[in-house]
Design a protein around this ligand. Structure first.
Ligand SMILES: Cc1ncc(COP(=O)(O)O)c(C=O)c1O
Length: 391
């Protein structure tokens, strides 16, 4: 048996969908990403059905295209916003301020003011300076404190270390929030994107519960919300549990700690709503070897780390790559088109591509609907940003 994992498109898309994407992509110059909005709609519905007790705040950073934002607006989603630029994208399509949360813990004073002036009343924080600034620029608003979580090693794209504070500090800051005239509203965390260990939510919810209890007992502060963040799975090379298993387990963790007195639950999915809906199409530019006797091929393609595939950094996200060739698979290094030696997507992971792969062939990067268009550089080596199409 081959040591390389062959890609069966049927594991990722139903036949009609992929045929439709392939036909649409056929004559378009590469690289580009095609997103099937019907899949986004289905992923959103699945999220709602699996978590009927939760309110969804779509993490706009995953893909802020107007087609996606309007679809989710019409489905009733709320929005987790990271900057005034995302705020503009969302308000320009008529989303009201009460459906927006400013979820970035790193923000400028002038931006907080702008959010407040536009009616936003819900802010994340994880530091005293930020909290005091919110109190001054957005008086009386709801604040939720982001805590640090474990699970860094089991998430493909960890997030927690940069954001959040320890429990004790979150507790103190929620007390301070009240003193500053803000509404201590709740607690948030993010267990890391593409989190494979569902238990990561268990320990985080346990921490939240202890802060809830102590605030109530010691200060009479009753928090009203838990923001469980993102981290829900997309379908890459390594399989994960289905969303339903995540939902069942997380519900159980919440019930264990909160019983019937469940506060408002917020989810901020990004990857899990968008990834499965997108296929990135690139073309093989060059296939070469580094010596006359080298066994390993280098496959250079016209998309790379600087045109949407930054999540291949440290080979963190392993996109399934499909080509129309049927030859036996053989090990290769897969690299991008720029004159930067960091622009190598996969060198250590055993990616096999067909031995008969040829220059000019197309490569289909499956599960590429999230965090690709937005991460693309604007002009590195003169290459334009990754193009996107919405079906
Ligand atoms: C605050 C916040 N919420 C939600 C998300 C979305 O997470 P995911 O893409 O894992 O669903 C992110 C991702 O960076 C985030 O920073």
């Amino acid at each position: 048996m081959s040591q390389f994992q062959s890609i069966d498109v049927a594991d990722y898309y139903d036949k009609d969908t992929f045929d439709r994407i392939e036909a649409f992509a056929k004559d378009k110059p590469t690289p580009f990403v095609v997103i099937d909005t019907q899949i986004v709609a289905k992923q959103y519905d699945d999220m709602v059905n699996n978590f009927p007790f939760a309110n969804i705040y779509y993490a706009v950073k995953a893909n802020p295209a107007k087609e996606i934002l309007t679809l989710l607006r019409d489905k009733g989603s709320n929005f987790d916003i990271a900057s005034i630029y995302e705020l503009e994208m969302v308000t320009s399509i008529g989303v009201s301020a009460d459906r927006i949360s400013y979820g970035n813990t790193i923000k400028k004073r002038v931006d907080v003011r702008s959010f407040f002036e536009q009616g936003v009343r819900m802010f994340a924080s994880d530091s005293e300076a930020d909290l005091r600034m919110i109190a001054e620029e957005a008086p009386g608003s709801k604040v939720y404190l982001r805590i640090l979580t474990e699970g860094t090693h089991t998430a493909d794209w960890p997030l927690s270390r940069k954001f959040g504070c320890q429990n004790e500090m979150a507790y103190d800051l929620l007390v301070l929030a009240k003193e500053l005239g803000l509404q201590p509203h709740g607690i948030s965390f993010h267990v890391g994107s593409q989190q494979r260990d569902i238990g990561a939510w268990d320990s985080a919810i346990g921490k939240v519960k202890s802060i809830y209890d102590r605030l109530k007992e010691e200060h009479g502060i009753v928090l009203k919300m838990i923001n469980l963040g993102g981290g829900f799975p997309a379908n890459y090379m390594d399989k994960t549990n289905e969303l339903g298993v995540y939902a069942q387990q997380i519900k159980h963790f919440l019930e264990e700690d909160f019983g019937d007195e469940l506060p408002e639950i917020i989810l901020e999915p990004g990857r899990s709503l968008l990834s499965n809906a997108g296929v990135l199409v690139s073309e093989v530019v060059l296939i070469s070897r580094k010596s006359n006797t080298a066994l390993e091929r280098w496959v250079f393609t016209d998309v790379g780390k600087f045109s949407g595939l930054i999540e291949t950094m440290d080979e963190a996200i392993k996109f399934p790559i499909y080509t129309e060739r049927k030859g036996e698979l053989d090990k290769c290094v897969i690299a991008g088109p720029t004159c930067d030696s960091a622009d190598i997507m996969y060198e250590h992971y055993s990616y096999g591509l067909p031995v008969d792969l040829a220059i000019g062939d197309r490569m289909y990067w499956l599960t590429a609907g999230a965090y690709t268009t937005t991460y693309s550089a604007v002009c590195f080596n003169g290459f334009p940003p990754l193009k996107d199409y919405y079906l």
